[in-house]
Ligand binder design. Structure first.
Ligand SMILES: Cc1cc2nc3c(=O)[nH]c(=O)nc-3n(C[C@H](O)[C@H](O)[C@H](O)COP(=O)(O)OP(=O)(O)OC[C@H]3O[C@@H](n4cnc5c(N)ncnc54)[C@H](O)[C@@H]3O)c2cc1C
Length: 358
């Protein structure tokens, strides 16, 4: 289903405002080297496909988690929670042995967890304070054409480096707010309507916007940051990049499959293994994504990078992409998908070994 509803990326371009090609990046060898191309899919479609595989009674839609709290059977032992409870905006509560926060970069689960870490641990006291003012680098307008053009996913990025007024006006409660209301969307639409786009003769952003369902267009922040603290007590956090989030879920599922008991000790060991296995590839993906984003930023140094990118030898791009594509992971409790590319994934076996030690 995902394959059918997505499109492969064979090459990428950077154009200037007159639609002159500044940079071309060739991805055509990805399939033979890694076994697959990068694919793009509309986010709502991916969510719909994933949700269709989960029994409906296990999904609680429209819930907004506000806080989380550990459960203690023995109040005299505050370092050994026996469970964890989440409280939602509609005042419903859910409890369990483990809480996996997959609620994005402005995670309420992360905020609650860091509040618990801060008073009694030195590992993240600086981090939690620093993260309370999450900086962000871009605002984006995102949408998808449905009406009279072929389905096209589009995104307009406005870089904010050195524009503190944008940062300040965007959001007051950094952790709890990740987008803007309709009036901010309209203002950004007005700003970008006349941008030419390479989708046909004299097509502008305005044409794509008019061909999109208005309610589906949103303005979001795009942040560049990585968190150091991934777990505390019975809570663990996942997700840092779309592919990363899916791989995180696979590694966690495998670790849970091999969990010996629901004792805090075993759970902590599983969470530590999770971070050990996933932090290095997440950091690598973060750095690569930062480098690639500079190809669309404005400054003379980025002009130079765009120009140089055209002349980089193939082995340079292999080095860049090997770092991302070769971190493939398969859960051990399902039949293994045969490797399709001629390059052997680097992380696969070390990850399997790590999950077995839990
Ligand atoms: C404009 C844009 C373009 C991007 N393009 C790419 C790309 O091309 N490739 C790529 O790899 N990555 C891309 N990313 C990054 C990618 O979307 C994220 O890294 C990825 O979605 C992270 O997944 P996640 O599951 O951790 O969080 P999210 O996808 O943010 O999902 C979090 C979910 O939690 C829900 N939620 C949040 N708070 C609460 C709460 N308090 N209670 C209950 N639910 C809550 C949200 O509604 C959401 O459904 C892009 C991001 C943006 C903004």
């Amino acid at each position: 289903m995902i394959f059918k509803n997505s499109k492969k990326v064979v090459e990428g371009f950077v154009w200037d405002e007159n639609l002159k090609v500044l940079t071309r990046i060739d991805h055509s060898g990805a399939e033979s080297r890694y076994g697959h191309f990068t694919r793009v899919i509309a986010r709502p479609k991916l969510v719909e496909i994933l949700a269709s595989h989960v029994p409906e009674h296990k999904l609680h839609r429209g819930k907004r988690v506000l806080t989380t709290a550990p459960i203690f059977d023995d109040l005299a032992n505050p370092n050994s929670p026996t469970g964890v409870t989440v409280t939602c905006a509609d005042n419903t509560k859910y409890s369990g042995d483990i809480l996996v926060g997959a609620d994005g970069v402005y995670s309420a689960v992360r905020q609650s967890m860091l509040e618990r870490v801060e008073p009694n641990a030195s590992i993240t006291d600086r981090e939690s304070r620093k993260r309370a003012q999450l900086p962000f680098n871009c605002t984006c307008l995102v949408g998808q054409t449905h009406l009279n053009l072929d389905e096209t996913n589009w995104m307009v990025t406005k870089h904010l480096r050195g524009q503190p007024e944008d940062k300040a006006s965007a959001c007051d409660e950094n952790f709890r707010c990740s987008d803007w209301g309709p009036e901010m969307v309209d203002a950004m639409i007005k700003d970008v309507r006349d941008f030419p786009v390479p989708c046909g003769k004299k097509v502008t952003m305005g044409d794509l916007i008019d061909a999109s369902v208005k309610d589906d267009i949103s303005k979001v922040m795009l942040e560049e940051k990585m968190f150091e603290t991934w777990h505390f007590g019975r809570t663990v956090l996942m997700g840092d990049g779309a592919v990363m989030a899916i791989q995180d879920a696979a590694v966690l599922a495998d670790l849970f499959y091999h969990l010996k008991s629901n004792d805090l000790e075993d759970i902590t060991r599983a969470f530590e293994t999770f971070r050990e296995v996933r932090f290095p590839p997440a950091k690598k993906a973060f750095n690569t994504s930062h480098e690639m984003s500079q190809l669309i930023e404005q400054s003379w140094i980025n002009d130079l990078k765009r120009w140089l990118a055209n002349y980089m030898p193939k082995f340079f791009w292999h080095m860049v992409y090997d770092g991302l594509y070769l971190d493939q992971y398969q859960v051990s409790f399902l039949p293994q998908v045969p490797l399709r590319g001629y390059m052997k994934p680097v992380a696969h076996e070390s990850m399997i070994a790590a999950t077995r030690t839990v």
